[in-house]
Design a protein around this ligand. Structure first.
Ligand SMILES: [Zn+2]
Length: 468
């Protein structure tokens, strides 16, 4: 533990002196890869965000309530929260004291919390969301085009840039988002729209997300959107939000999601959530993000008909969102799987040769001498400041194909489905995946994973005639 205050409650009794020690919760959740993220001592259960947004000034007036369970006796505890002006903080309806230092908001409740106790924290705040903060961190809340719209993309740790949160996938929670925006803006978010009210000037959208969600996968999208809906054969509703002017074209480009979802269910197992869909921000973006149940894209995804990216973000709903990493070092468990899903979609729609053509292109890229010599070569141990490097995507994806070539199709997809099922709605590590792969195949796979994930040199693939 670090930076912890030890609060000593000294009780002087007639019979002597009894010292009861009650500690503050840790200011880290224990991910050595990014030690500043998350906090210990409690388990966040549900967040309610009630935000009023001024689109022109980009000002947020917010009240955020977190219901949580103390996992130890707590004299104080931390949330991750950056920027804004805090109005008031209460714990169990009693005003609490707090201090702030960088991302760390330390709250000292009037009464200490007892391990196992469920408690409610309320934070009121206002101001303009702060800019992105260093490292590989993405930007949280972004108002684009001077109020044309807002998107929220927070991987890996941008949630703390717009609401107070235990900002790490190890502490997933459910969410209610109540957003009040000026008319005629539309708000899209995770889960289901459960309430809508409006008056002459404002509109209030309430979104309910009842499935455990990592904080970086929570999104709010504000814009002049048109909703288009669909449904899979298995009854999963799909709702998409497109900029009004691009709605017809968007519907056409994203119409493949239904068939993709049905296909991925055959290879990954049942879709893990109650709803899916995509939202397209009315701005060109150099990325897309698998925000839970509502993947987000820039409008260039429509204009370029980015089918591989659409498949990639959908596959993340199984790998990354339902099964989340436990440490950011294992990012290949997200990106390698989602990238390989692109290859699977090509295999499904265009055949094995088209898949192999893609895999050969990836192999050529990752085996370039300069790439092999670089610090990003091994996807299992990315540099913390280059989390989303090409190796975690392409060589991470290749790791899965190498496994498939080793164990055969039937066993491979069995491994993938067992992994998705065993760790659904929770967290997994690289070691967990290897354990399932070995148990299911009955093979020793240490060498395969060691060579593909942790050595700089790219292994040969004789099956495809590939030598690095
Ligand atoms: Zn991805």
């Amino acid at each position: 533990m670090r930076n912890n205050l030890i609060v000593l409650l000294v009780l002087v009794l007639l019979t002597g002196v009894v010292v009861v020690a009650q500690e503050a919760g840790s200011d880290t959740i224990g991910d050595d890869f990014y030690p500043r993220l998350g906090n210990g001592g409690y388990d966040a259960l549900h967040y309610t965000l009630d935000l009023h947004v001024n689109m022109r000034s980009n000002n947020i007036d917010g009240i955020v309530t977190m219901e949580a369970e103390a996992t130890e006796d707590l004299s104080a505890f931390n949330l991750d929260f950056f920027g804004f002006q805090i109005g008031k903080i209460t714990v169990n309806n009693e005003e609490a004291e707090y201090t702030r230092r960088g991302r760390e908001l330390t709250i000292t409740p009037a009464e200490a919390l007892i391990s196992g106790e469920t408690f409610t924290v309320m934070v009121s705040y206002a101001g303009e969301p702060p800019e992105q903060q260093g490292m590989a961190f993405s930007g949280g809340w972004t108002n684009y085009g001077s109020g044309r719209g807002v998107f929220v993309a927070s991987q890996p740790a941008g949630a703390a840039l717009w609401y107070p949160v235990n900002d790490h996938p190890l502490d997933k929670a459910t969410y209610t988002l109540k957003m009040t925006v000026p008319a005629p803006y539309v708000v899209a978010s995770n889960g289901f729209l459960t309430d809508f009210t409006e008056d002459d000037r404002t509109r209030t959208f309430t979104w309910q997300n009842n499935e455990p969600t990592a904080s970086y996968l929570v999104t709010v999208q504000i814009g002049l959107f048109e909703e288009r809906t669909d449904e899979t054969a298995s009854g999963i509703p799909i709702r998409n939000y497109f900029p009004v002017a691009l709605a017809d074209k968007g519907e056409e480009v994203f119409s493949t999601q239904k068939e993709m979802l049905e296909y991925f269910e055959t290879v990954f197992g049942p879709y893990p959530f109650a709803v899916y869909g995509s939202v397209v921000a009315d701005v060109d973006l150099g990325f897309a993000l698998e925000t839970q149940t509502l993947s987000m894209f820039g409008r260039n995804a429509i204009l370029r008909n980015s089918q591989s990216v659409i498949a990639h973000e959908l596959a993340h709903q199984w790998f990354g969102n339902s099964v989340s990493l436990a440490t950011w070092q294992d990012i290949w468990l997200n990106e390698g799987f989602a990238s390989y899903a692109e290859a699977l979609w090509i295999e499904h729609t265009q055949g094995d040769e088209a898949r192999d053509t893609l895999l050969r292109r990836w192999y050529t890229f990752i085996s370039q001498p300069r790439f092999v010599a670089s610090e990003v070569a091994a996807p299992g141990s990315p540099p913390p400041n280059q989390l989303f490097n090409t190796s975690v995507y392409l060589r991470g994806g290749w790791t899965l194909h190498a496994l498939r070539l080793q164990v055969g199709d039937e066993t491979f997809f069995d491994i993938i489905r067992q992994y998705a099922d065993r760790y659904a709605y929770g967290n997994a590590t690289t070691a967990d995946f290897i354990r399932i792969a070995e148990a299911t195949s009955g093979e020793q796979l240490d060498d395969l994973f060691q060579n593909w994930l942790f050595e700089a040199e790219v292994p040969d693939v004789p099956e495809l005639g590939l030598n690095s």
